[in-house]
Design a protein around this ligand. Structure first.
Ligand code: F6P
Length: 313
């Protein structure tokens, strides 16, 4: 596609937040301003475009946000493609705001909406985002490194209390469809067993590994489990049955289920820790700040080159 004249760029963050979003926003704003482009921040993902809830982003708005977790723009899991009226409103607002380009920072759902709009001719560039690190065409997404570091530190801390009390510690980490956080934090933290959504849990194997450790004199073990891990295919443990607007269920509970079975079968006292949203909060690591910054700069370059429908990676 030919390069176009860009005077005004919009930027939004959608889906679950993740450390590194602010570095992307900051880089988008700084690069755009350098190129003489005005930047409109859209609050709370697609919801903000539906409500025309925007703010002007200048150098002052992004000053000091590099080390901050979360997103200064706010986020939501809003799917405007389900209702034709909402979709029409979204398109109207795009035009009314005078946007020559939109940079959409999001995961599979938010970028799915972006793809739909690109097919209808909207000038959109994507930036991939998830702590789960499971987006296709990417090696690393920002937020993942921070989450792995938080989970690793937690496993280190659990080691000392597990050893003192001679307990089995089950640590449930995030990872809806993919076990990247579990595998990286588990290896870095020296876990004795790691369970991921990609493979069914073999409880006999887990218990045998724990017994083997005890037989050689160890009185504690650490088991890391991703929230999406299943005992059998399709049997995901759910917190409740509510669906979000993209049809996703709320995961959570596999750690408790696992802990109960392990204690029953091995007769070793077991405790469960669910790390949850702690993994998504707080300051991004240096790696995530650099990756986010690079993505932000590149996204503006893609817009300047008229590369609509592309995602930086
Ligand atoms: O997709 C990122 C993620 O953190 C998943 O690991 C997790 O299942 C989900 O988001 C949690 O979403 P929410 O913030 O809506 O509870």
């Amino acid at each position: 596609m030919a390069a176009s004249v860009i005077r005004k760029i919009g930027v939004l963050t959608g889906g679950g937040d993740c450390p590194g979003l602010n570095p992307v926003i900051r880089a988008v704003v700084r690069k755009a301003l350098q190129e003489g482009i005005e930047v409109t921040g859209i609050r709370n993902g697609w919801k903000g475009l539906l409500e025309k809830d925007t703010l002007l982003l200048d150098l002052n708005s992004v000053s000091g946000i590099l080390p901050k977790g979360g997103t200064i723009l706010g986020t939501s899991r809003t799917n405007p493609t389900q209702d034709p009226k909402q979709l029409a409103r979204l398109k109207d607002h795009f035009a009314q705001l005078g946007l020559d380009a939109l940079i959409v920072i999001g995961g599979e759902d938010t970028l799915g909406v972006a793809t739909r709009l690109v097919k209808e001719g909207f000038p959109i560039v994507g930036v991939p985002k998830t702590i789960d690190n499971d987006l296709s065409e990417t090696d690393y997404t920002f937020g993942f490194d921070t989450a792995v570091n938080i989970a690793t530190e937690s496993i280190d801390r659990l080691h000392t209390t597990a050893e003192s009390h001679h307990r089995i510690m089950v640590v449930e980490v995030m990872g809806r469809h993919a076990g990247w956080i579990a595998v990286h934090a588990g290896i870095a933290g020296g876990a004795d067993f790691i369970l991921v959504p990609e493979l069914p849990i073999n409880i006999d194997e887990v218990c045998a590994a724990i017994r083997k450790r005890h037989d050689r004199g160890k009185t504690f073990s650490i088991i890391v489990v991703a929230e999406g891990a299943e005992f059998a295919k399709g049997q995901t443990v759910l917190r409740d049955k509510k669906l979000d607007s993209f049809g996703h269920v709320r995961l959570g509970g596999i750690g408790d289920a696992l802990g109960e079975i392990i204690e029953q079968r091995t007769q070793f006292e077991t405790r469960v820790t669910v790390l949850g949203h702690v993994q998504r909060g707080g300051s991004p690591t240096a790696f995530d700040r650099v990756l986010g910054t690079r993505f932000g700069v590149k996204a503006v370059e893609l817009a300047l080159a008229g590369q609509w429908g592309k995602m930086v990676s």
